[in-house]
Design a protein around this ligand. Structure first.
Ligand code: GLY
Length: 585
């Protein structure tokens, strides 16, 4: 072949590649041409690309801590432990030692592990603990104050992770968080606003000496320094004694004294008995991709696999991103999945959760039989009997990949922003209000107009149902993507969309995070969407088929994700909706 022929072949290959690209992205452009002025992204933020390691988390300081640990020879799990403790300092609204979470891990050799360090109901907890003498729900009791807390799991979880997989010494992993607590953290505008929002609650449930409230109720502003001396001391005890530095000794005594002061239920016995649990990872397949995700007491893993299986037969790629047909099958999948969630999901140590059945092809086929493209299904006739418990948007997620290719996906939470608003006196950290993730009165609407189910009723030492969905995706037996987000019940649908945006719509990691999102959770029977997510044409077509659509003022999701690009480099995608930041090296 002469030089000219070679050139022609090369040109033709590249033209074909280009045509292929345009064709493959047809739906995406279809969205744009429906209204060429409408952008599908919340922001134009670009992904962070690096070769040796990546940390994507809710706060730039926490991501820097994770990268420093990787650079010092730590693996992804070492970095995860350090990031978890750093977030407890720099992101007190959701980062925590007084809460719990889930850890999903894929080793570079493809072995998978999941750790459940979700909080538990105290031993004194019972079904009626939030009801008055008439059996009515006492508003706010499961949300604010001492009774709202479950027994924290985060410290035990991190100890377990380190014991099994850690490479660097434990004390090294605590030091960055201790430094941040003792030297102080510069508040971002979002953290300052958050602390100002809770200043009255802080006063109501604490003595007024907590450092999260400025004297005389003055307002925090971006750039202020938040020093947390008591938290520094607590972290030093954990650094020195590991698990015993939290669940025994001085920290435990301070926590129990705080509970006694506020008539909370958590005792020494609760703290002694708390242990996180290694669970068998939930693994599923979507086309050529393998998903490794969290089993119950997360509802998220089961729901994600169901959602993907429901939409798998449809040509989403050809239809296009947020084309009406694409949205329609996703909404109908979400409707059915959230109905199942409440009927069947709860703590597997207490109730039988039929996981295999819920994700089996026969079951899903039968659930889809009443789907009709001409008309929206109605939630009141979709079987299930579920109404999700209220879950706040204040949780946090981080994703880490190290230079060996070990990958960690962790979602952790206090539940509501700053949890129960109770700061343990002398120990300086927020306690969770995770008890509200139980059905506080099964079968009856709670204060948010939502109903819970018997499977998720309170019982001593039981774990409350969660939507947290930390997930890892493999392609061709290799690591492909690490995904997760806070967002209460919207966690599941945000993870679902973020995965499909990459797998089906050819988006980069950051584009997928930036992309506008929508959410349906069976009841209430409506689809909420971020402003800009749907074009006018799409809205009209969906409404004509009976869909109730509601644009919401708030954003959906705070994704922190990592994608392995074809050349093996890592792309960190962190959500521009928050302070979230990816740092790589
Ligand atoms: N508290 C949020 C969740 O666990 O889903």
């Amino acid at each position: 072949m002469n030089k000219l022929s070679l050139l022609l072949v090369a040109v033709s290959v590249s033209i074909n590649a280009f045509c292929q690209e345009v064709k493959e992205n047809k739906g995406f452009y279809q969205f744009l041409t429906d209204d060429p002025n409408q952008k599908p992204f919340y922001s134009d933020r670009q992904g962070v690309v690096a070769s040796n390691g990546m940390v994507a988390s809710a706060h730039p300081e926490a991501s820097k801590v994770g990268i420093d640990i990787l650079k010092k020879g730590g693996n992804a799990t070492d970095a995860a432990v350090a990031v978890q403790f750093a977030l407890a300092v720099v992101h007190p609204s959701a980062g925590n030692i007084g809460g719990g979470g889930f850890f999903v891990y894929r080793t570079r050799k493809g072995k998978n592990y999941t750790l459940d360090f979700r909080e538990k109901a105290p031993l004194k907890g019972h079904k009626d603990m939030y009801l008055d003498a008439k059996g009515d729900v006492i508003p706010g009791l499961s949300l604010t104050g001492h009774l709202a807390s479950g027994v924290p799991g985060s410290v035990d979880g991190m100890v377990e992770v380190h014991k099994k997989f850690g490479n660097l010494p434990w004390n090294m992993l605590l030091q960055p968080a201790i430094d941040l607590a003792e030297k102080g953290v510069i508040l971002t505008a979002k953290e300052a606003t958050g602390l100002n929002r809770i200043k009255n609650d802080l006063l109501k449930v604490n003595s007024d000496t907590t450092y999260f409230r400025l004297p005389d109720g003055r307002e925090w502003k971006a750039g202020d320094l938040l020093v947390q001396k008591d938290l520094g001391k607590t972290l030093r005890r954990i650094q020195e004694k590991g698990r015993a530095g939290f669940y025994e000794g001085e920290t435990a005594a301070l926590l129990v004294a705080e509970m006694e002061r506020g008539k909370g239920f958590i005792t020494d016995e609760d703290l002694n008995q708390y242990h996180s649990a290694w669970r068998t990872p939930l693994v599923g397949q979507y086309k050529d991709y393998k998903l490794i995700t969290m089993p119950p007491v997360s509802s998220g893993g089961v729901a994600l696999l169901q959602l993907l299986k429901f939409v798998e037969p449809y040509p989403l790629k050809r239809w296009g991103w947020h084309a009406d047909s694409t949205i329609q099958v996703m909404i109908e999948a979400e409707r059915r999945v959230y109905a199942d969630r409440a009927k069947f999901l709860g703590d597997p140590d207490f109730v039988k959760v039929p996981v295999r059945e819920l994700i089996s092809p026969d079951y899903l086929k039968q659930r889809w039989e009443d789907f009709d493209f001409n008309k929206a299904s109605e939630s009141k006739v979709v079987k299930g009997g579920y109404i999700p418990t209220y879950e706040s948007l204040e949780t946090t997620h981080f994703s880490i990949v190290d230079k060996e290719g070990n990958a960690v996906s962790v979602t952790t939470t206090l539940n509501g922003g700053y949890g129960s608003r109770v700061v343990v006196k002398g120990a300086g950290f927020f306690m969770n209000n995770e008890m509200d993730d139980f059905s506080i009165k099964p079968g009856v609407p709670n204060m948010f107009g939502l109903i819970g189910s018997e499977a998720n009723a309170i019982a001593p030492s039981k774990r409350m149902l969660s939507s947290m969905t930390p997930t890892i995706v493999e392609k061709g037996k290799k690591l492909y993507m690490v995904v997760g987000t806070p967002g209460g019940s919207t966690i599941i649908t945000s993870v679902f969309q973020t995965i499909l945006n990459v797998l089906e719509h050819g988006m980069t990691m950051q584009e997928s995070v930036n992309a506008f999102k929508f959410h349906h959770q069976w009841l209430p029977d409506k689809t909420t969407f971020e402003s800009g997510a749907f074009t006018e044409g799409v809205i009209q077509r969906l409404q004509s088929r009976g869909y109730i659509l509601e644009m919401q003022r708030n954003t959906i999701g705070r994704m922190d994700c990592i994608l392995v690009r074809p050349d093996g480099t890592l792309e960190g995608g962190s959500d521009p909706r928050g302070d979230d930041t990816s740092v790589g090296y």
